[in-house]
Ligand binder design. Structure first.
Ligand SMILES: [Zn+2]
Length: 153
């Protein structure tokens, strides 16, 4: 995971070795967010969709640019028959990550044929985010993070 200010890879320290930014809280929140993601993924795999929805929403409250979590939340909504919510999540996802984002495929599939996603559920559940945060698109978090509001909790 990288510094939200300068993009420098972060160490185990609570400050950025590149620019000195205080990143302790940031790292804790991302870590917690990833835990929610992993729990949500577990629920999704056993098709506890309501449980998955709750966990993924918690995850996104802490790190709203986690497109992996957002795409999965969209799939969960889709499975629940909440098509508008599903599309909303995917559209938001594509604004955070415009390239190589499976959400665009979901949107295209739904727009061309609402039943087209039937095979996506098992095929596209993404892997666990590991605790070293390597899979988190933190580089995209910079400007979003600065707008992050604790009031949303
Ligand atoms: Zn830095």
């Amino acid at each position: 995971m990288n510094c939200y200010k300068c993009g420098c890879p972060l160490s185990e320290k609570d400050f950025c070795t590149g620019c000195g930014a205080d990143v302790g809280t940031y790292k804790s929140l991302i870590f917690l967010s990833n835990q929610y993601y992993n729990e949500g993924l577990e629920r999704a795999k056993v098709r506890d969709l309501t449980g998955a929805k709750e966990k993924l929403r918690q995850c996104l409250k802490l790190n709203k640019v986690n497109t992996q979590a957002r795409n999965l939340l969209g799939l969960v909504y889709f499975e629940l028959g909440e098509l508008v919510e599903a599309l909303t999540e995917w559209v938001i996802s594509t604004t955070y990550q415009q390239e190589k984002n499976i959400a665009q495929d979901y949107i295209d599939a739904v727009q061309s044929n609402p039943t087209a996603l039937d095979g996506f559920w098992t095929a596209s559940i993404p892997p666990f985010i590991n605790t070293t945060w390597r899979l988190i698109p933190v580089s995209r978090a910079v400007s979003i993070w600065q707008r992050f509001s604790f009031a949303r909790w």
